[in-house]
Design a protein. Structure first.
Length: 389
């Protein structure tokens, strides 16, 4: 083989290798376009979905098969509280109809409050004596958004009671039990959740800003546990890209001076941002085609993509990260993905019950209540930024 043949052969191999890498490893991102108008439309459609799928008792369709127009038939308060919270967020942003839907969902949840842990907790629909900490945390966050509407301060004692129940589940290390045992009247300390710890932290941090005093120490313990210990102590691998912790760090950044978001917490915030940025880069390359599925897997759930944007937007409220334009670009990319994947009025026509499919994030024919919850919260966060930029 001549030198020229070797060079040409090497060049051909390099070109082929580059092409494979580009197609399989470094596929182009599909972020779409984001505008205030598109965000407004998507938000209205998501709230419309909640309105159309809410029953007379205040519950929503939980896990819905749009192809067969059937609901799976079970219900959990964690996600009910989460959507209630997102609707109160929408009400605070002035979205028509959101508050009325949230109030019906709120009333349903209140009927399941029980005394526990020196306060009150949200018990399961079928009370088996084991209470999810995340359900109470998200319901407390929902009521805090309700209070922020400005004309309701009648729940202040309930807010404190819900917070005291959460604190009863915080260990000296800052670890948060995932479940409360009503029979033993104690947290089940052997349990943990990748989500509930951050949810509890966010709720407690918000209480500290509203009613300063008893919430500061537990919030700081949880925050430093998340930043330094949680992933190892709970055998979380890979590290949890905790969007709830991002919300909490943003909230703690708003506490009065001096700042409690120290170097350890800032480093943790950057770590969350890096994880979420990497995930949305990967997710934005998924298109749903057979080739994309073979090389990138199926598209993420609306809940998952929404959580990425929630984290990236929240982290911008941490002063040390406020000027990080990469976080904004990645959040806008996540929002663009959400806008593209939401079921439009035209696309909903192919399902047997278009009104239940319209406005939802459907994957493989199925949507779940938290797909709309996280997507709605994410779009509201970005809408606020876009409108004020």
């Amino acid at each position: 083989m001549t030198r020229r043949q070797r060079v040409c052969g090497g060049l051909a191999t390099w070109v082929l290798t580059f092409g494979v890498v580009r197609l399989v490893i470094a596929q182009p991102e599909q972020c779409g376009t984001v505008s205030v108008e598109r965000l407004d439309h998507a938000i209205d459609e998501a709230v419309g979905w909640a309105s159309r799928t809410q029953g007379p008792d205040g519950r929503f369709i939980y896990r819905y098969n749009a192809r067969t127009d059937t609901d799976r038939g079970f219900y959990e308060f964690v996600r009910h509280a989460g959507l209630t919270m997102a609707l109160y967020q929408a009400a605070g942003a002035g979205v028509d109809g959101a508050r009325a839907i949230a109030e019906k969902a709120d009333a349903y949840a209140r009927a399941h409050l029980v005394a526990a842990g020196g306060g009150h907790a949200l018990a399961p629909v079928v009370d088996d004596g084991q209470y999810d900490i995340g359900a109470t945390a998200l319901f407390l966050n929902a009521l805090l958004y309700r209070r922020a509407l400005g004309d309701v301060a009648d729940d202040d004692m309930l807010l404190v009671d819900l917070g005291r129940f959460l604190v009863a589940n915080v260990a000296p290390s800052g670890a948060v039990a995932a479940y409360w045992d009503a029979r033993a009247a104690a947290p089940i300390t052997s349990t943990s959740s990748p989500f509930y710890t951050g949810e509890a932290l966010w709720a407690i941090a918000r209480l500290e800003r509203l009613f300063p005093g008893e919430w500061r120490d537990p919030a700081l313990r949880i925050a430093h546990y998340l930043a330094t210990t949680r992933d190892d102590a709970e055998s979380r691998w890979p590290d949890v890209p905790d969007h709830w912790a991002a919300y909490a760090l943003a909230e703690m950044s708003r506490w009065p001076a001096p700042s409690v978001v120290d170097d350890t917490l800032v480093a943790y915030a950057r770590h969350i941002g890096a994880l979420e940025s990497m995930q949305i880069r990967y997710e934005s390359q998924r298109t749903g085609t057979w080739f994309s599925r073979a090389t990138r897997g199926q598209t993420g759930l609306g809940a998952g993509v929404g959580a990425l944007a929630e984290a990236l937007m929240s982290l911008r409220s941490v002063p040390a990260l406020a000027g990080d334009q990469m976080l904004r670009r990645r959040a806008e990319c996540a929002a663009g993905v959400l806008l593209h994947r939401q079921t439009s009025p035209a696309a909903s026509a192919r399902y047997p019950n278009p009104e239940r499919a319209r406005g939802a994030w459907i994957r493989d024919g199925t949507t779940q209540i938290d797909d709309q919850q996280h997507a709605l919260s994410a779009l509201l966060l970005l809408r606020d930024l876009e409108a004020t930029s």
